[in-house]
Design a protein around this ligand. Structure first.
Ligand SMILES: Cc1ncc(C[n+]2csc(CCOP(=O)(O)OP(=O)(O)O)c2C)c(N)n1
Ligand code: SF4
Ligand SMILES: [Mg+2]
Length: 268
């Protein structure tokens, strides 16, 4: 692969396949994905988060009654190959669409999948109001701190100092404001029954995130109110770093501000 050098900036070309083709180390494709192949970047955290969510749906025996509502981002590619019902929402509107589905069909399990740009920039009021109303749905936010699909621009969750396509010197508070820590906001709302923030950059974090997803779906099953799981995901392409650097970059940057852990569990 040719590396383009621009002074002070390292650019990784993504307009051609890498010289070494990817090697399948093990097949982790969950049962609920019809076609294993996807076109997300190598090292992307979103497929791991999707796998964890689908495994949780399967393990709780909810496959036949789950309806997923997707926002718009790189992860939307999975809406084509999932073996659960999928509805496509307009940018940011998934919690409202999910509200309608759940109220019309209370016996279904309703799960939204959105990115940070979709949820926090383009439709923040939707998730805040759904949580405040205590809608009995589960919302999942895949937070990579950038608009990944459109090329790695700053979002409302980008941390101070993070370099993005439109903050090449890093986000600074005086020009770009401070990041919104969405899980922390939602946890303060009375209608929110379960709120947690996980990550998929290490095996331990993947296991903890899966437990959070299970707990969120169980909260919905119990009719206890709104459940929310934020998942920090790697985006080496949008972060303009080497693929193998992304898990540590997530810990050192995103997770040092968006701290992982269970923020609220009203049933515990
Ligand atoms: C109204 C509207 N504005 C902009 C876009 C372009 N758009 C498509 S995906 C996307 C980025 C989504 O970013 P995020 O939600 O963080 O998801 P990611 O790709 O990072 O997973 C944008 C801005 C669009 N489709 N519709
Ligand atoms: S741009 Fe980022 S979020 Fe999108 S597929 Fe590539 S690594 Fe994943
Ligand atoms: Mg994003």
């Amino acid at each position: 692969m040719t590396r383009i050098e621009i002074e002070g900036l390292r650019v990784i070309p993504t307009d051609q396949p890498p010289a070494e083709p990817a090697r399948l180390v093990d097949d982790f494709t969950p049962d609920l994905i019809d076609v294993g192949a996807h076109h997300l970047c190598p090292g992307c955290g979103e497929p791991i988060a999707m796998r964890s969510a689908l495994e949780a749906v399967s393990e709780l025996g909810l496959v036949q009654r789950t309806i997923a509502v997707f926002g718009i981002g790189c992860y939307t590619a999975f809406s084509n190959n999932l073996d659960v019902e999928v509805l496509q929402a307009l940018h940011g509107r998934a919690p409202s669409l999910a509200t309608g589905v759940k109220r019309a069909k209370p016996d279904t399990t309703v799960l939204t999948i959105q990115g940070d740009g979709d949820m926090v920039n383009e439709g923040l009021q939707e998730v805040i109001h759904a949580a405040a109303r205590g809608e009995n749905i589960t919302c999942v936010m895949l937070n990579n701190g950038v608009f990944g699909e459109t090329g790695g621009h700053l979002t409302a969750t980008t941390v101070i100092g993070q370099r993005t396509k439109n903050t090449l010197e890093g986000r600074n508070a005086s020009e770009h404001g401070y990041p919104i820590l969405l899980s922390n906001l939602i946890a303060q709302l009375e209608g929110a029954a379960y709120v947690a923030r996980g990550a998929v950059n290490t095996a331990g974090n993947v296991a903890r995130t899966k437990k959070m997803l299970l707990r969120a779906l169980e909260t919905q099953q119990a009719g206890a109110g709104f459940s929310f799981v934020e998942i920090l995901t790697m985006c080496p392409t949008g972060w303009f770093i080497e693929t193998q650097e992304a898990p540590d970059y997530l810990s050192d940057n995103l997770a040092s501000v968006h701290a992982t852990g269970i923020l609220k569990d009203t049933a515990s």
